[in-house]
Design a protein around this ligand. Structure first.
Ligand code: NDP
Length: 338
């Protein structure tokens, strides 16, 4: 009998999360019942939203239960099947969680999706051609509504979501400007991803300096802003927004440990008649097919580039996740299990 290594949420963080909040266990795999599929995970996706699920507080989603397998997107291969639509060897994506194997009730709508790896690598279905890619697509296309010639700015620009936002904006004829932490990430954003400019926020320790850098990088102001971070970065963007600009609030990672993130210039929303819209990508399932079609085509044809940070083995997941929250990742953070 095969055993399954799993990572459970052992306790809820007070402030910053730590490795002690997780516990690695080994459990025997149960025999499959009718309709079930055993999936062997190749990749586990680590995503910032998981930090929110570790808390027991009011949110758009239920908290992750204690002593249960950490929630998470997974990509893998069918190892055994008692469902007619799946056979061993099929490549599938699902929400298998932080574990090496998952027993899935395949009849449950959306539980398991077969993917084609002929032109798109399996891991990309957790990144550019998966939830993060669709997130970038939705916030840009449906909220920022970019028009050719406009300027779009995105924070956490080298990451899974941000990298997609800027490249999609470029494909729509916009000027794309990223904000990222460090010279390496900024160089990558411009030279590899093709953004027009990228501001290293770590070089600009105060608001005045960051506003000046944005002014240089966005000589015609900002029409669309895709927010992943909050705090001083948002404060610097606000005064540079053009009249009737659109702001997609996707993430506020600078406050995920519970620290307050005050907004210095809310009056600019009024003065510049801005449209500010927060969104949760899983609440817009109707746009996923359209978004995945564009993202899949762009990745398959090499038009959409992405980068991955890959940790090895299930035991490495907690540290890799904690690193993601501190910007130690460079591109989509994954854990490779086999
Ligand atoms: P990323 O790959 O972008 O990784 C997170 C990045 O955030 C880090 O690499 C780091 O980049 C940056 N970061 C972390 N802490 C700070 C900080 N204090 N100040 C500034 N930057 C920080 O992750 P994703 O692409 O997966 O996610 C990006 C954002 O999108 C997150 O906020 C996430 O919560 C959100 N999201 C929202 C969804 C929705 O439905 N609304 C769905 C999916 C993601 P750097 O080194 O450049 O600072």
């Amino acid at each position: 009998m095969t055993t399954n290594k799993q990572i459970l949420l052992a306790s809820r963080p007070q402030g910053e999360a730590s490795a002690a909040n997780f516990r690695l266990v080994e459990t025997p795999l149960p025999a499959l019942a009718d309709g079930q599929v055993l999936v062997r995970h190749h990749y586990l996706s680590l995503d910032p939203y998981m930090r929110g699920r570790m808390n027991d507080s009011k949110s758009y989603a239920q908290p992750q239960p204690l002593d249960a397998v950490m929630i998470g997107g997974t990509a893998g291969e069918v190892a055994e099947s008692r469902h007619p639509n799946f056979k061993p060897g099929d490549k599938v994506v699902g929400m298998g969680g932080w574990q090496e194997y998952a027993v899935v009730d395949a009849a449950q709508p959306g539980a398991l999706r077969k993917v084609d790896i002929t032109h798109i690598p399996l891991s990309a279905y957790l990144g550019a051609v998966g939830m993060p890619g669709v997130t970038g697509w939705y916030g840009l296309v449906k909220i920022c509504e970019p028009k050719a010639g406009e300027t779009v700015v995105v924070s956490a620009a080298s990451g899974a979501v941000g990298s997609v936002v800027g490249q999609l904006a470029k494909a729509r004829g916009c000027r794309a400007v990223g904000i990222a932490g460090g010279a390496d990430k900024c160089r990558y954003v411009v030279e590899e991803l093709g953004f027009d400019a990228c501001i290293d926020y770590k070089l600009h320790g105060d608001l005045k300096s960051l506003v000046a850098a944005l002014k240089d990088a966005c000589p015609n102001g900002i029409d669309g802003y895709f927010e992943n971070v909050g705090g001083m970065i948002l404060d610097a963007v606000m005064p540079r927004m053009n009249a009737f600009g659109r702001m997609a609030f996707c993430g506020m990672i600078s406050g995920y440990n519970g620290e307050p993130i005050p907004m210095t210039y809310p009056q600019m929303i009024l003065q510049s008649r801005l449209r500010v819209q927060g969104f949760i990508v899983s609440e817009h399932m109707e746009i996923w097919p359209e978004a995945l079609k564009e993202l899949g085509t762009m990745v398959a044809t090499g038009q959409l580039k992405y980068r991955e940070s890959v940790a090895q083995g299930i035991a490495a997941a907690p540290e890799a996740f904690l690193g993601l929250l501190k910007g130690k990742n460079f591109g989509k953070q994954l854990v490779k299990l086999i």
